[in-house]
Design a protein around this ligand. Structure first.
Ligand code: NAP
Length: 278
């Protein structure tokens, strides 16, 4: 296995780090090879106690110890952390950043040596092993680094590779997508209540329906339009509902949501790109 024997750790031990370290443990990586550092000692202690992994007090000590460093602090902390640790990275390591909107060139600008950087846009469902992540490679990253990152993010869901100019699109689709799905689920539950169902039952039926439909698309590999056709009988209930969705402009609304979120992501990372490329 790509990751066996490698020392892997998270710089920043928050929610996403906990999800990734848990996924790696569940995929068979030994706790002895997993590490975490955090500004808050109580987070380190918590993760040590819960997962049995190694806690490290200093970020630089963590970096020097590892083959794969996962930068898992909030985007606004990245610059400070890279100022602190940039000189400690060395060739042969893979630096994986999950910080939303931070380009690989920006990160590379803080490293003293040519180190492989992989940028990943995961989503919140990584927290329960059902994430959707897309990754892209920096200028010093090779096939082995990409394989390492694919293995890490496959431990917490599905992972794909894209070129860096598509990362804003990923942010608009799967990065921000859970929010759209939550809104749709809430609306479906409201609709269930409107037609007489108790709210808890309406929400359960809605969520299980979304889960089931997503699994059908992924597991049958059928086009979603074909699956829709298969459940819409002539003159029946489903086509009456589909007609209302079309009349309400659901498709265009969803397309616009992804497009606007992609545009916002572009705006937010524009300033950083400029600094990273200086
Ligand atoms: N959560 C998601 O669904 C999601 C989705 C996509 C991408 N991401 C990305 O994942 C990254 C982590 O997100 P998260 O939700 O896991 O954040 P989080 O829970 O806030 O975790 C970050 C952790 O790093 C710690 N930290 C702050 N400054 C540090 C420093 N200088 N050195 C070491 N540790 C430090 C934080 O401590 P304090 O709390 O004391 O600051 C916190 O424990 C972010 O960059 C975010 O953009 C997250």
């Amino acid at each position: 296995m790509v990751l066996s024997g490698l020392k892997i750790g998270c710089l920043g031990g928050g929610a996403m780090a906990e999800a990734l370290l848990t996924g790696l443990l569940n995929s068979g990586i030994a706790a002895a090879n997993l590490f975490v550092s955090d500004v808050r000692p109580e987070r380190i202690e918590y993760l040590q106690r819960k997962l049995g992994i190694n806690g490290v007090q200093g970020n630089r000590d963590l970096v020097q110890e590892l083959d794969i460093v996962i930068l898992a602090v909030k985007p606004q902390m990245v610059e400070e952390v890279l100022h602190e640790t940039g000189a400690a990275f060395y060739p042969g390591q893979t630096l994986i950043s999950i910080a939303a909107g931070i380009p690989t060139a920006f990160i590379e600008g803080f490293l003293s040596q040519p180190v492989a950087v992989i940028r990943v846009m995961p989503n919140t469902a990584c927290l329960l092993g059902a994430g959707a992540s897309a990754l892209c490679a920096g200028k010093y990253a090779g096939a082995e680094d990409r394989e390492r990152a694919m293995a890490v993010f496959s431990a917490v869901g599905k992972a794909v590779q894209v070129s860096e100019n598509l990362m804003d699109a990923v942010t608009g689709l799967s990065g921000s997508g859970p929010a759209y799905m939550f809104v749709i689920l809430e609306a479906m539950a409201d609709a269930g209540v409107r037609v007489g169902l108790p709210r808890d039952i309406a929400l359960l039926l809605s969520a299980q329906t979304m889960l089931g439909a997503a699994r059908m698309v992924m597991e049958t590999q059928e086009h979603p339009g074909r699956l829709k056709n298969m459940v819409t009988t002539p003159g029946g209930t489903a086509i009456a509902g589909v007609y209302a969705l079309e009349e309400g402009g659901l498709r265009v609304t969803l397309m616009r949501a992804v497009e606007d979120a992609t545009g916002r992501s572009r705006e937010m990372s524009a300033g950083l790109k400029t600094r990273g490329e200086k």
